[in-house]
Design a protein around this ligand. Structure first.
Ligand code: AMP
Length: 121
């Protein structure tokens, strides 16, 4: 599968420092920041710094260092925010069916309340 990355997407602009974000944690390959429209008391987005469009793009083409850093940083974010105690949900949306709004791979970490069923219908 060929992936086309749009370097003007809003998360690319955040990574270039063109627009601000509320950073939770930053490493060499990964940035975690608060979602601008939180859906729960905890709502953080974890993104790789590399130009990956979707989860499958990242999983297929990222380097071992990027993959490790992304997942270890996500674990650190969950620990830092205390999301592990009560439990949380990790979601990623892709493409049209997933109704992905921002075409830069991101993992939503949601917690701090009972989140309801995964899908409404
Ligand atoms: P998705 O529908 O999975 O692509 O989710 C995109 C998410 O990005 C939404 O939850 C938005 O609220 C969030 N978002 C959009 N712009 C920003 C921004 N500038 N800073 C933080 N979160 C944002």
């Amino acid at each position: 599968m060929a992936y086309t990355y749009d370097p003007q997407n809003i998360f690319a602009r955040i990574l270039r420092g063109e627009i601000p974000n509320k950073t939770v944690l930053e490493t060499a390959h990964t940035l975690a920041f608060h979602d601008i429209h939180p859906q729960a008391p905890i709502h953080v987005l974890v993104i790789p710094k590399g130009p990956y469009v979707t989860f499958d793009h990242f999983a297929a083409e990222a380097t071992p260092e990027e993959l490790l850093d992304f997942h270890r940083t996500t674990a650190s974010v969950i620990a830092l925010l205390g999301a592990g105690e009560g439990g949380y949900r990790a979601i990623t949306n892709s493409g049209l069916n997933g109704m992905q709004e921002v075409p830069h791979y991101h993992l939503h970490i949601l917690g701090g309340r009972v989140l309801g069923r995964m899908l409404d219908h």
